[in-house]
Design a protein around this ligand. Sequence first.
Ligand code: FES
Ligand SMILES: [Fe+2]
Length: 371
Amino acid sequence: MPDDFPLQSQTPDALMLFGFWYRALPSEKLGRGKLVRTMLLEQPLVVGRDQHGQAFALRDACPHRGMPLSCGQFDGQQIECSYHGWRFDAHSGQCHLIPSLVAEQTLKIDRIYAGSYPCEERDDFIWVFVPDPGPVGAGFSKAVPARTPAPEIPKFSEHYKLAYLTADLPCSVDHGIIGLMDPAHGPFVHQAWWWRTRKSIHEKQKNFEPILYGFRMSAHTPSSNSAPYKLLRLCADADSITTTIDFVLPNLRSEIIRAGKYWFSSLTTVTPITRSQCRIDVVAAWNLFRWIPFGPQLLKFVFAKFVEQDRRTMELQSEGLKHNPHLMLIDDADRPAKWYFGLKNAMLEMKKNGGEFRHPVSGPVTLKWRS
Ligand code: FES
Ligand SMILES: [Fe+2]
């Protein structure tokens, strides 16, 4: 990370990264034959589930005159627009019927498309691929296929449990993400007798390394000052516990904890809804607490508390941000945040001018902070 990296470009600019998969909504919110309106990166979407249970996503605007397709009728296969009754295939968006046409009118309706998006279901969430903006008029042709499959939580055994949490955050995706990777807020925001107290602040040292489009906090034995880890240490062979945390563009934070045959894995995303709103989704998979009767509920309770503390903090922070204050990123505690802005700039630069991805982290580096 060059030290002369301009401060301006380290502060949140709310640019959103197109050309990636994003979590749209939890699977359980989308019943068969249902349509749900949602938004990703300021694009209105209608997400639905067909008669066979397959999810799909279309732009929530009819290509005829812009009526939201979510206002239309859905028979489990095709959506009929509520304005003039044009019918579209739910998956491809291809037009199948324009009721106003008479026999001798030869408009090629199969060349008309409602904008559609690649859509996949993973780990109890519906993911939508939001492509790079095309030329004007795009979205009225076939969907751009995604280059990669939707992200998935790494799992290390056949049987596991899965749970999720979600919260809307009243801030830009950048503040959401740097809040997520910020080690210094822990003792102040996440105090609880069963977790840790403010008095437990001590110096920490963690090793980081660059990975493709992101960085990794290398495998380490988690800090001993929190109750859950103490519990874990009792239950599993203490020396074998390791944690690895990755951040990868555009918004993926994954954490893997392994303790012998037990594992806990989570994939947290902060998704831009509009320039000033985002949503955090935490999805976790584990085989860890299977011997504790209330394991999943306990885990969900702990995580819900954490997410709520972060959400409340960002709600208060958004008050302060309303008036565009000058902001600072300091070493070493804010270095991951600087890397995030560096990664994002490199991605935007590569998309704009082509060429190589200029990774802001040149090699392994050790960061120190007190928390
Ligand atoms: S606006 Fe949809 S059919 Fe006319
Ligand atoms: Fe937090």
